[in-house]
Design a protein around this ligand. Structure first.
Ligand code: PLP
Length: 451
């Protein structure tokens, strides 16, 4: 079905959009953004959204600890460590020929237990919410008892009759599939044909039905939505507009605040926090940014990082067209090798609700992400997938924009006290041979930094 998109020539009148269309790396920092408190007030998201999600994860923590051995040390709470990255910082300073004042950190969502990517936050939360709804319907008396009722045969039988479906480039399908299969739900994942074979194999191994569709992510989502709508017992996880996914991601903000506090890192006037978030459809980074602005207000700067081939959120926010515009409308393919980020059209929900909270955008070439996989491996010994590296260049791009720093009142002293947190969004599930391939390609792409 061919729909008529916005007029390309019109879009290209904006020099920034023209630069996006050229495929060149681009940055856009918004010095004039309205204060976070006001943007939050204007958003129509429910007030208790994030707290509600946090409590849901707590209720299920005993279940996670019981079912997934690797979550026992954290008592069933799904969280990743925050690591300082001094070797990475030094190497990047060399490669970018620019010193970075302040400290570089990496938030290691590549290490999140069970599914190894940021999708464990949003994806798991939506599965838990669906399971709770099913429990409430099947056993109204058990309501509020938490996951103990999952041992009740009436509940397990009902779960087996119900289904979850999702359309995904990979990691969301992996997170939803692994968890919902553990609950005994019928699970269907719609993927594009070019999604990584190992992800499909792993899911099929766990009894998940994987349906492949030619075309991109959007096609897989559409097909999934249509199939689920035809089946009233199946819940469809809609990556393009799900509030439940969003809430699950947002819980990360309070957890990060707790980690910073435990490390005696203060965030405030003389010590701003910068967070760099790889962005696909926008739910993950949008949720995290929303949560962070609630906690840190003006003192946190949320920068989204997208591939040059698929800068969907930057295009949507810049034009104000949000999900009404796609990167194909400006002649880009959307086909990046960073699979988690290969999205042509941004989330409706995030563009409209969170667009005003995003402080900046950077686009990153596939070659650079590939090189960064190798750089992270060499400097810190961390193995991450290409998408996970999109934010690493962010701090150097910020430092190249004195107008932004000035507009935000960030002088040299403040930047010397800055904390730059790069969100590393996935990696630990990637099979060893596949990772060896990424590292190999990365070494060959290293020269990209000297161009
Ligand atoms: C999904 C994903 C992202 C981005 O999340 P969106 O909600 O699609 O914006 C980033 N990195 C990885 C590895 C992902 O799988």
């Amino acid at each position: 079905m061919e729909t008529v998109g916005p007029n390309r020539a019109r879009l290209l009148e904006d020099p920034l959009v023209a630069r996006l269309a050229s495929g060149e790396e681009t940055s856009w920092f918004r010095g004039e953004l309205e204060p976070a408190a006001e943007a939050l007030r204007r958003s129509s998201l429910p007030a208790g959204l994030v707290e509600d999600a946090r409590q849901r994860f707590r209720r299920f923590a005993p279940w996670f600890a019981q079912r997934f051995e690797q979550t026992r040390t954290s008592d069933g709470i799904i969280e990743s460590p925050l690591h300082r990255a001094p070797a990475l910082q030094a190497r990047m300073e060399e490669l970018c020929r620019a010193q970075l004042p302040g400290k570089l950190w990496v938030k290691r969502d590549d290490m999140l237990p069970v599914s190894g990517s940021i999708k464990a936050r949003g994806g798991f939360h939506e599965v838990l919410q669906v399971v709770e709804q099913i429990i409430d319907e099947a056993c109204p008396d058990a309501s509020g008892q938490g996951p103990r009722v999952l041992e009740d045969p009436a509940v397990t039988d009902t779960l087996r009759e119900r289904g979850i479906a999702v359309g995904s480039t990979g990691n969301l399908g992996l997170s939803i599939g692994l968890l919902s299969a553990e609950f005994g739900l019928r699970t269907t994942v719609h993927m594009s044909t070019d999604a990584r074979p190992w992800k499909k194999d792993l899911l099929r191994d766990r009894g998940v039905e994987v349906i492949e569709h030619p075309g991109d992510f959007g096609t897989a989502v559409e097909a999934g939505r249509a199939a689920a709508q035809a089946d009233p017992l199946t819940h469809f996880v809609d990556d393009e507009s799900s509030l439940s996914l969003f809430a699950g991601y947002a819980v990360a903000a309070r957890r990060l605040a707790g980690q910073l506090q435990a490390l005696e890192v203060t965030v405030g006037e003389g010590s701003p926090l910068f967070v760099y978030l790889p962005c696909g459809v926008g739910g993950g980074p949008g949720g995290v940014a929303y949560g962070l602005k609630q906690v840190f207000g003006e003192h946190v700067h949320c920068i989204f990082a997208e591939p040059t081939l698929a800068p969907s959120m930057m295009l949507g926010v810049r034009t104000g067209l949000h999900s009404e515009v796609s990167v194909q409308d400006i002649g880009l393919s959307g086909r990046t090798t960073a699979d988690g980020l290969a999205v042509g059209r941004p989330s409706r929900l995030v563009g409209e609700q969170v667009g005003g909270l995003i402080d900046g955008f950077v686009t990153v070439a596939d070659q650079r992400m590939s090189a960064l996989v190798s750089i992270l491996g060499q400097t810190e010994g961390w193995k991450v997938e290409p998408s996970a590296t999109a934010g690493v260049i962010g701090p150097w791009r910020v430092m190249e924009d004195p107008a932004y720093l000035e507009a935000r009142g960030l002088d040299e002293r403040a930047m010397a006290g800055a904390h730059h947190v790069v969100w590393s969004t996935g990696g630990s599930m990637v099979p060893a041979d596949e990772m060896a391939g990424y590292l190999d390609q990365g070494r060959q792409a290293l020269s990209f930094f000297s161009q």
